[in-house]
Write a protein of this length. Structure first.
Length: 257
């Protein structure tokens, strides 16, 4: 039972680390579908009549200038049209890059102080979270290896140390999830305000903007759930480690003949 729990703990830590690495690499080549936010620009159905025809022509002009979707990853922003190649910004901290078109417009609309804050969050939360999870994995391997080599089980001090590191990793994993939810709500709120401000809301008749959460958010959720389960299993290991010691104290000595 003890070895099974140790194996499950190791697999959960590895799973959490892999999930966090996928979040870091979201929107990179090969992982375009792993993003925090996806904004789809959908053309509403055409309207009939003379004025409807003019409006449809105006819509087509706008469609030629706007992408069908925009995806925002942790370090990369992409835009694309259906059936065509996706264009992405270079990976950068704080979304500070040189590009053209809509990507350049997005970059210029982000204030410098916000870019600095985003850079700090990227480095101090997301990257650090994955680094702490990797450190936790190393600690787990070390304690398992040393325990087997010295032929003893986990001690409470050992488990307390690993549980402490696990709690720190868990808190950072929760922060990555919460940070992405906050970013999604900010982007959605900003887009809604912008839509209502442009032409008194008439932009809604020209293009339907749909904001969706990306796979990166749910990967972060799975990562911190995995670390929570690690905490539970490590505490269980501590309880299992005490049981043999208690039973030995109640063993009867040899009976004299």
């Amino acid at each position: 039972m003890l070895k099974i729990n140790q194996t499950i703990v190791t697999l959960l830590i590895i799973a959490s680390l892999i999930l966090q690495i996928l979040v870091l690499l979201g929107n990179f080549s090969g992982l375009r579908n792993v993003n925090i936010i996806r904004v789809d620009l959908v053309n509403p159905t055409g309207s009939g009549g003379f004025f409807g025809g003019l409006l449809d022509k105006f819509k087509n002009t706008i469609d030629n200038q706007l992408p069908d979707f925009i995806t925002i990853g942790l370090f990369v922003i992409c835009e694309g049209n259906k059936g065509m190649d996706t264009v992405c910004s270079p990976a950068s901290f704080g979304y500070q890059y040189n590009s053209t078109g809509v990507l350049d417009l997005i970059q210029r609309e982000i204030p410098s102080n916000i870019q600095s804050s985003l850079s700090g969050v990227q480095k101090g939360v997301f990257i650090l979270s994955a680094a702490i999870c990797f450190f936790l994995l190393l600690c787990n391997f070390y304690h398992q290896y040393s325990g087997r080599k010295l032929n003893h089980q986990y001690g409470c001090c050992r488990i307390f140390l690993i549980v402490f590191v696990t709690i720190i990793a868990l808190l950072f994993a929760i922060a990555t999830f919460v940070g992405q939810i906050v970013a999604y709500n900010i982007v959605k709120s900003t887009i809604n305000k912008t839509k209502n401000a442009i032409m008194g809301g008439l932009i809604n008749d020209l293009v339907d903007v749909q904001v969706k959460t990306g796979a990166s958010v749910w990967l972060s959720l799975a990562a911190f759930i995995s670390l929570f389960l690690v905490c539970v299993l490590l505490l269980r290991l501590c309880c299992l480690n005490k049981k043999p010691t208690r039973s030995e104290n109640y063993e009867m000595g040899p009976v004299a003949s």
